[in-house]
Design a binder for this molecule. Structure first.
Ligand code: MEV
Length: 426
């Protein structure tokens, strides 16, 4: 049996599935049926999704939820979230309500620059290269004018082109380091088209262009979100003790990379869920955020906290290059719905909303970790998944929910309780 094939992409969807069934799965009984269950009955909608990528054979669902009661800069939001992890939306909703009563989230976009680079090799004298760059620089702008016209009308475009000498780190390596403003679009296509044009104009004998591409590291496309309240208003019992533990938890994430990665993962639970719901590129966001967390030479917490004069302050700073126009935001009907739910924000506002969602998740995680522990809430939310996994009937579900109401939930205990219940009934 050969699992190799040429011309796979030319096959119809059914032919692809038949081939997989016969050659890869050796006729797994319900393969075709499960794939088909997830096809959309609306053929236009299905072909829209089929066309996003190549070789589509089905759709992969993730839950689409909303977290209400967010107050960000005194404006109320219902935040759409796409995520599979049980506790994330519940935590977001709970924290949103908590902070809404304490002035809400205060957010601010610090900067919106994006970067693209033309990477090239040059062996001759640096002075000659510098002289050439100086001479050609106006043309690097003018030859991209057709590409930048619309963006300029929206207030964006190429901000600056700089020649950078990187020969200290790699022999003969230089780059054109280009700063862009892309307003409400994420701008990947715009940036890459401009860079390729710049590279073409810049090309001459002796300059070997290696590649032209945007950077997903956007430390100057930065947003900050913050919450604060009197320490006495933070916890019902022993507020100063728990507030201090909270601050200590952040300090640990600032000095200990093993902890920082998990700490930031929790933040990204909130950020990514909004990134996906709004049709933005979560891989770009993830790559950029984690690079930013390492900017000081060691991977660190993205959030900070302090207690000063009886006031607890908790904040986050994140590089988030996102768009509210173009790309999937214009194509995916649910991405459009998400943006409508958010009252059609600008890219800047969307950065602020995502930062608030990230801070909310971090708050929920740290509050749980430094008080009752994380498993209490997690397992409560995961309980339904366990019940579904064990294929419980509705009445078994009800009985088990009652039984575990005030007990610690573990997969093993639920399984055992279910087995007992079934033995009693038989
Ligand atoms: C789980 O998805 C996220 C947490 O581990 C985050 C954290 O530990 O801060 C709870």
């Amino acid at each position: 049996m050969s699992r190799e094939i040429s011309g796979f992409s030319k096959l119809s969807k059914d032919e692809k599935i038949d081939w997989l069934d016969a050659k890869v799965l050796t006729k797994t009984s319900d393969f075709k049926e499960i794939l088909r269950q997830y096809w959309n009955a609306n053929s236009d909608l299905q072909s829209l999704h089929d066309d996003f990528i190549e070789n589509t054979i089905s759709n992969f669902y993730l839950p689409y939820a909303v977290a209400p009661n967010f107050v960000i800069n005194n404006k109320k939001y219902v935040i759409p979230m796409v995520i599979e992890e049980s506790s994330v939306v519940a935590a977001a909703a709970m924290v949103a309500k908590f902070w809404a009563k304490r002035g809400g989230f205060k957010t601010e976009v610090i900067s919106t620059d994006k970067i693209g680079q033309v990477h090239f090799m040059y062996k001759s004298a640096k002075t000659e290269l510098e002289a050439y760059f100086k001479k050609i620089k106006p043309q690097l702008f003018s030859t991209t004018s057709a590409l930048t016209k619309n963006m300029k009308n929206r207030g964006g475009g190429i901000l600056d082109i700089e020649l950078r000498d990187k020969t200290q780190v790699l022999k003969d390596y230089y780059q054109l380091h280009v700063r862009f403003e892309t307003k409400d679009s994420m701008g990947a296509n715009f940036i890459n088209s401009c860079l390729e044009q710049i590279a073409n104009t810049f090309k001459k004998e002796g300059i070997k262009i290696v590649m032209s591409i945007l950077s997903n590291y956007t430390p100057n496309c930065l947003v900050r979100a913050e919450v604060s309240c009197p320490v006495s208003d933070l916890y019902k019992e022993a507020p100063m003790y728990y507030a201090q533990k909270f601050v200590e938890a952040i300090k640990i994430a600032q000095v200990e990379p093993y902890r920082a990665v998990t700490h930031n993962k929790g933040i990204m639970n909130g950020v990514d869920a909004v990134v996906i719901a709004t049709g933005n590129d979560f891989r770009a966001i993830e790559a950029g955020v984690h690079a930013y967390a390492s900017r000081k030479g060691q991977y660190q917490s993205l959030s900070g906290a302090e207690i000063k004069d009886g006031i607890f302050k908790f904040w986050i700073e994140l590089p988030l290059s996102v768009g509210t126009v173009g790309g999937l935001t214009a194509l995916h009907p649910l991405a459009k719905i998400s943006l409508a739910l958010l009252q059609n924000p600008s890219a800047k506002e969307l950065m602020e909303i995502m930062a608030a969602a990230g801070l909310a998740q971090n708050f929920a995680a740290l509050r749980a970790l430094t008080t009752k522990g994380i498993q209490h809430g997690h397992m409560k939310m995961h309980f339904t998944n366990i019940l579904n996994q064990l294929k419980t009937t509705p009445s078994e579900k009800e009985t088990l929910k009652q039984f575990f109401k005030d007990k610690t939930i573990t997969h093993r205990d639920v399984k055992e309780a279910l087995e007992k219940l079934r033995t009693l009934k038989s």
